[in-house]
Each structure stands twice: as structure tokens, then as C-alpha cells.
Design a protein around this ligand. Structure first.
Ligand code: ZN
Length: 294
């Protein structure tokens, strides 16, 4: 059997890239239907070649993580795109995306777009946020179409593994995708999705080679609700809160009104940013007030 990874699913075929880079159009052969598992883009598989171009998938390796919209598995990285203006930078939205990627074990990088359209005041504000998130431990880069070269740190980030690009509608996700790989040729309007429970794209998902890594040509996380997150684990997905939480007196501390809470102490001393903490409280409320699932 040959090892490979599914890079595209279309019309009943799974396009598997073998380790030597060749792509085989494979069928799944009933095998997985019994196990109620269907192959997805990003899956590591073993397949039998039937000839130089085709084969049958025999095994699917265990998945590291799974996204639902779009359906991609084993995603290692996410490029979170936030515009400085049009639409204005939103730290709350950025924290939403960060919580979701952290909850899936995905490493983020943040791209700040539309620098050339922003006012001095907007640039100053975003520079402060950039420094703040860098202190927490995140990597942020400015991205502007008017600059001729794609930012090297951004390309370096895409170098290995699978990356999805995510962000609010209109921030320039498709512009970045087209810039890093003109072959994507994505029309700017085509992939714009309304935030939250918007319409879901029915386009197929495909992973493209970019600088040695694979990038999904469909923006990730078209919905950013916290349905899969429990109140007790939310703190783990704020990396600055997580760092302090081990010093809280109670292991089940939710960092709201509990005594001897190390997170509240860090907030008082300025080690945890107040706005970040307020977003934590807001998301915690959202999770606590959601309808129970049966
Ligand atoms: Zn606490």
C-alpha cells in the first residue's frame, strides 16, 4: 500500500497526493460506510494503486482535529485575517477566532490588512493591539497589496502542514489567497460569507501547494460559535489566562468571583489585559446561557 494525503474531494473521487508528490484519483470502496466514517480532505490514508493514476483508499489514519465548515481534517495552522479599517479592527472578533483555533489545537498567525486605507489614528490603535497580542505570545504581520512582495514571515508560516485562512467578510482573505498563489484565482466576492450562521458555501474544498505547505482555498470557520466549548475549559483557550490559572486556589475556578483566583490577581496587577478578560467573561456568559443539548 502507498501512503498519501487527500488534497481534494470531488464527484465521488478522493485525490490523494502520495509522498512523492504524485496525485491519484481514488475511490473509497464501501469500507468506510460501515464504520460511518467518510474520507475528508486532509486525511492521511493508505491506498492501493490500480494504475499510475488511480487507486482505492484502504485505511484512514486517526485525525488530529476536524473542522465542519469547511470539512477539512488535520489542520495545523490558521491565518486569521483582520482588517485595520473597512471593516474596523475588532479585538473581540479576533479573540473569538483565537479561542476557536486554540480549542482545536491549531497554531494561529494574525494578518493585519488594509494598512494603506487606514487613518493615522487607526494605525496607532492597531499598533498598540499588535504589541499587546505579541506580548501574549501571538505572531502578527501587516499585509498590504500595495507592497510588492508577500510578507516573508507569512510565507514562512505557510511552509509546512495544512493552513486555513479565516476572518470576517470583507477583510481581504481572498486577496491574500490570490496574492500568495495567483493560480487560486478566487473572485473577491465569491468566498465572502456572512459571519455566524450565514449561508454555507457548497464549493468543494481543495488544498493547494504554497511554499511547501498546503493551504485550503476555502476560508475556514464560516461559523464562529462556541458550541463545542464547555464553560470549564474556556480559560484554556485564552493563553494568557491559562498561564495564570494553574495558580488559582480551586482547580475548577472560572475566574469570576472565586476566592484566591490568580487570574483576577493578574488582572489587578495589569499582567492580564482588561479588555481580553472582559471578552473572556462575555464568551463565558454565551456558553453558560446556551440551550442545553440533548
Ligand atoms: Zn481563577
Amino acid at each position: 500500500m502507498t501512503k498519501g494525503r487527500i488534497v481534494k474531494a470531488l464527484s465521488g473521487f478522493y485525490y490523494v497526493q502520495s509522498e512523492d508528490g504524485k496525485i491519484y484519483a481514488c475511490k473509497g470502496r464501501g469500507l468506510f460506510r460501515n464504520k460511518q466514517i467518510s474520507p475528508l480532505v486532509g486525511d492521511f490514508v493508505r491506498f492501493d494503486k490500480t494504475n499510475n493514476e488511480e487507486g482505492y483508499i484502504k485505511e484512514i489514519a486517526e485525525r488530529k482535529n476536524e473542522l465542519v465548515r469547511p470539512p477539512i481534517v488535520n489542520v495545523s495552522k490558521a491565518l486569521i485575517v483582520s482588517s485595520i479599517t473597512e471593516p474596523k479592527f475588532s479585538a473581540q472578533l479576533l479573540d473569538r477566532f483565537l479561542v476557536i483555533v486554540e480549542s482545536k489545537g491549531i497554531k494561529p498567525m494574525i494578518a493585519l490588512t488594509k494598512k494603506d486605507l487606514a487613518s493615522e489614528a487607526e494605525l496607532d490603535l492597531v499598533a498598540q493591539y499588535k504589541a499587546q497580542y505579541e506580548r501574549i505570545g501571538y505572531e502578527l504581520v501587516y499585509f498590504s497589496l500595495t507592497e510588492t512582495e508577500v510578507n516573508e514571515r507569512l510565507l514562512d508560516f505557510l511552509k509546512d502542514d495544512v493552513t486555513v485562512i479565516m476572518g470576517q467578510s470583507g477583510v481581504g482573505k481572498s486577496t491574500i489567497l490570490n496574492k500568495i498563489n495567483p493560480q487560486f484565482n478566487i473572485e473577491t466576492g465569491e468566498i465572502s460569507q456572512s459571519l455566524g450562521r450565514g449561508r454555507h458555501t457548497t464549493r468543494h474544498v481543495e488544498l493547494h501547494q504554497v511554499n511547501g505547505g498546503l493551504v485550503a482555498d476555502t476560508p475556514g470557520f464560516s461559523s464562529i460559535d462556541f458550541d463545542h466549548i464547555e464553560a470549564d475549559s474556556l480559560g484554556n483557550y485564552f493563553i494568557d489566562i491559562k498561564k495564570q490559572a494553574s495558580y488559582c486556589k480551586f482547580r475548577s475556578c472560572q475566574h469570576v468571583k472565586e476566592p484566591k483566583c490568580a487570574v483576577k490577581a493578574a488582572l489587578a496587577s495589569g499582567d492580564i489585559n482588561e479588555e481580553r478578560y472582559n471578552h473572556y467573561l462575555l464568551f463565558l456568559q454565551e456558553i453558560l446561557s446556551r440551550k442545553p443539548r440533548y
